[in-house]
Design a protein around this ligand. Structure first.
Ligand code: FES
Length: 111
């Protein structure tokens, strides 16, 4: 629900892998600006690692930018493009997301 994400918050989320697999889940970031919600794969464009290992380590400036914990590449909040650092010319991978009429956040909705 939209109300579960504070305005200006960047939340680390994970979809659990199927029980029969031992791999990690799918990690992504959910960002809210007003009634707009964005989602990006939690994978730095530099070395392919998560931007942070835990929520309390996630570096972000609300509505402005996200920064990788490893070498501090900085990405634009609005589109995931590289703003500075070891990500020049690339960026975070966006995931389609919608907020429906009931305020539910739907990540990667079916067309
Ligand atoms: S791994 Fe993220 S900036 Fe290097």
């Amino acid at each position: 629900m939209l109300a579960a994400v504070a305005d200006g918050q960047a939340l680390m989320q994970e979809l659990q892998a199927p029980a029969e697999t031992s791999g990690p889940g799918f990690r992504y970031l959910l960002l809210r600006s007003g009634t707009t919600v964005r989602a990006y794969v939690n994978r730095c464009a530099h070395f392919g690692v998560p931007l942070a290992a835990r929520q309390d380590l996630l570096l972000f400036v609300p509505h402005t930018s996200l920064t990788c914990n490893v070498h501090y590449a900085r990405y634009h909040w609005s589109d995931g493009a590289c703003a500075s650092g070891e990500c020049e010319g690339v960026g975070l991978l966006p995931i389609p997301v919608i907020v429906d009429a009931l305020g539910q956040i739907c990540v990667a909705p079916s067309p």
